[in-house]
Ligand binder design. Sequence first.
Ligand code: HEC
Length: 153
Amino acid sequence: MRTFLIVSLFFSLVTAPSLHAEVHRELHRKLEQRLDLMNLQKDTMDFLNNMATGRVAFNPKQVRNARRILITTTKKIPKRFRKEVTGLQSHAAPSIWYSRRDFEQRAENATAAAKAISSRSLEKFRPSLNRMVNTCIACHQTYRLRANEFKTH
Ligand code: HEC
């Protein structure tokens, strides 16, 4: 019995820290995937914004490619936030995990706006891109903590 206790104690001491590290790595990976998704959306929006402002020539094919990316990424938002993962690099508001329906509704609004991005003409494209940006902002205002709010409550 004593030997058993000592042996099991030994194993729990050896395995506990590595299990902890494993869980930590998994959470870190989830957070990274979530931020990667958001940053891909930002790069895509920057690209489209350059077209809307005339820094880059309007190109319907590139608009359609970017639209496809945004439809895919916005659809993934609920999945990427399914697990409650926060961390030092995270500005996710805790309310995401008790206002799931509202959070997911905002993701759906973003997908609807992505689908409606127009590649027909620059005149149609500009307002459709505005609508897209507004859905990003609408979600961030409620569920993304700004840097200066971080860790203040
Ligand atoms: C349904 C809600 C929602 C929508 C829609 C949304 N975001 Fe986010 N976004 C968030 C949340 C929440 C965070 C904070 C995540 C974190 O820090 O863990 C975030 C973070 C970000 C970040 C910061 C990433 C980092 O590395 O810190 C960028 C950039 C971003 N979003 C861009 C966009 C763009 C562009 C769109 C629109 C195309 C968009 N988001 C749409 C909820 C949303």
